[in-house]
Design a protein around this ligand. Sequence first.
Ligand code: DAH
Length: 348
Amino acid sequence: MNEKVNLIKESFEKDLLSIADLKKLNDVRVEYLGKQGKVTELSKMMKDIPNEQKKEFGMLVNEVRNYVTSSLDEKKKELEEKALNEKLASEKIDITLPATKIPVGSPNILEKIIEEVEELLMSMGYDVVDGPEIEEDHYNFELLNIPKGHPARDAQDTFYIEDDKLLLRSQTSPVQARVMLANKGEKPIRMICPGKTYRRDDDDATHSHQFMQIEGLLVDKNVSLSDLKGTFDVIAKKLFGEDCKTRFRPSYYPFTEPSVETDISCFNCHGKGCSICKNTGWITVSGAGMVNPKVLEDCGYDPKVWTGFAFGFGAERLAMLKYGINDIRTFYNTDLREVKNFDRKDGE
Ligand code: DAH
């Protein structure tokens, strides 16, 4: 009998070595400890054992059962640990790998340049105001000293909506008239108005039927052209760098007297002459001037008491110069590659 017990033990030891997974382990457990398992069968043989051998046989069978049970438990633990380690290894995350870059949007540089001008002028006490894009001829032209038949109307090929009355504003200057009228000739004014303007231009690299202007107006007592020069100087230096120089050239606008074109020194060649400044060393960035007394008067300000200056920047032109963009249409097409390129140009 003892021989049989030993044989079962030996066969179990062999089977134990062949266990490679939990399923096999369960099969072996059933084979030895199940209802008809080899060890269970040994216990059942107890009744046929002569009394004097029962004790010894019983001890032997118990020993084998304990051995089989503990060996299988140990094996189970080992297999479970191995499975866990394999799982952990397969799920390992390399935290040193570069993270996936999540694309985030960014403001269009046209927007940025407008914000830059807004912030600067707000710090100088200017209000940012808005005006209607569908405008009346009265504000867009008449109040700005551009009566019907005035040749200056031709320069601004206007989209009329209603004959001689309603139009898409061809400039942001009508907002000057609106703000002056709203202040009833009583208060000093410092305002800028960035906004869309429309002209019946053919779209090409430097023209667009819709573009942005930044209008500025200051009305107070004792305002002179040198105040305009100083203000323009600050704006130019902020946008184009501290070594940017400025100059005024005489010009003509019906709503300013005198009128000037404002130039900045070429940031590219610093005055030596290059293709950007057409070899002049200077780049024109806005129109400006002292508010024409007739405009002040028509808008309710007494020109004997009040004086003022005004300026009008083309926002795209500023952005094109600052970011080296040579086609105005780039701002308005929806090619994301172009927009991303703006970010790069902005050093982000
Ligand atoms: N409104 C002018 C234009 O569209 C630009 C301009 C020139 C605005 C002189 C002004 C100014 O306020 O003073 O061409």
